[in-house]
Design a protein around this ligand. Structure first.
Ligand code: C2E
Ligand code: CA
Ligand code: CA
Ligand code: CA
Length: 279
């Protein structure tokens, strides 16, 4: 148990009793999940707003627990982060993603990007960028098809290892994307420093579009910022046609959400890539 300050201690204890305890019981199981083949990946398409063509797939992890059933990432990712196990899980996800990409290339599907969520713990490993390079070589994958999704909150760590990993993967040609953009505490300076390729507008802003003033203004401002800085912009959590119409009108390039597709298993994702999105 971490003890930051006198008061934090009590907050943390309370936290454990309320939600961490059941999670801790999952911990032992999580460590065996990779070997036991309980982890899987689903893919959610990211479409180009203008053409409705699939431009990328985001990989999202799933854990099928023998007793508890499907455990959502919101329940085990933070646990995996706290224990450091996220480094193994993360590497497994990247390898799976690149392997799937290789399969898609082999059957002649048009090339798309594959996006992978990266946790700050992974970036604190000095060998992160080297491991990425190895996987790309192993899967014979051109680096520009791999897009790493990080959050702006990672920048507050201001650690050399994190920065070096990010600069190195950029140098190799891997793309960087800022997830949940607009929700973190950060200056925008890192956009330039890291030469960020993509920003993803957080779902909470899109949910408010176009009816709420704040949601629309923030969405609009992010689209405009991205355009002026020459970055690609993706709207997350698009569920309704009127949100899509709004995004189209504002010139948002790409969108992702239940309106197009829920996250899909590899076979379904492959089928969707060959047939395209119906709309
Ligand atoms: P995220 O990266 O922001 O991923 C988007 C989440 O929104 C996914 O939830 C997705 O299923 C959900 N979503 C997609 N479209 C819609 C929509 O139209 N409406 C709504 N309401 N939700 C939508 P999921 O799969 O439960 O993942 C939750 C979070 O867990 C992710 O948020 C990401 O932060 C984390 N995560 C997932 N997979 C991984 C992974 O492999 N590694 C790491 N480090 N984190 C992961
Ligand atoms: Ca993401
Ligand atoms: Ca997100
Ligand atoms: Ca998120």
């Amino acid at each position: 148990v971490k003890r930051k300050g006198k008061n934090d201690y009590y907050v943390y204890q309370d936290d454990i009793l309320k939600q961490k305890l059941p999670n801790l019981m999952l911990l032992g199981d999580l460590h065996k999940s990779i070997q036991k083949n309980e982890l899987s990946i689903v893919y959610q398409p990211i479409i180009e707003v203008k053409t409705k063509e699939i431009r990328a797939m985001e990989t999202l992890i799933r854990w099928h627990h023998p007793i508890h059933g499907t455990v959502p990432p919101s329940q085990f990712i933070s646990l995996a982060e706290e224990t450091g196990f996220i480094v193994s899980i993360g590497e497994w996800v990247i390898r799976q993603a690149c392997e799937q990409h290789q399969k898609w290339r082999k059957i002649g599907l048009p090339p798309i990007r594959i996006a992978v969520n990266i946790s700050v713990k992974e970036l604190q490993d000095p060998y992160f960028s080297k491991r990425i390079e190895n996987i790309l070589t192993e899967k014979r994958m051109a680096p520009q098809y791999l897009e790493l999704e990080i959050t702006e909150s990672m920048m507050i760590y201001n650690e050399a290892t994190i920065l070096n990993n990010l600069l190195r993967v950029k140098e190799i040609g891997v793309r960087l994307s800022i997830d949940d953009f607009g929700t973190g505490y950060s200056s925008l300076a890192y956009l330039k420093r890291l030469d960020v390729d993509t920003v993803k507008i957080d779902r909470s802003f899109i949910a408010d579009c176009p009816h709420s003033y704040y949601g629309s203004v923030i969405t609009n401002t992010i689209i405009s910022l991205a355009h002026h800085l020459g970055m690609n912009v993706i709207a997350e959590g698009v569920e309704h046609r009127e949100q899509l119409r709004y995004l189209e009108e504002k010139g948002c390039q790409e969108a992702q959400g239940y309106l197009f597709s829920v996250p899909l298993h590899a076979a379904e994702a492959t089928r969707l890539l060959s047939t395209g999105i119906r709309h």
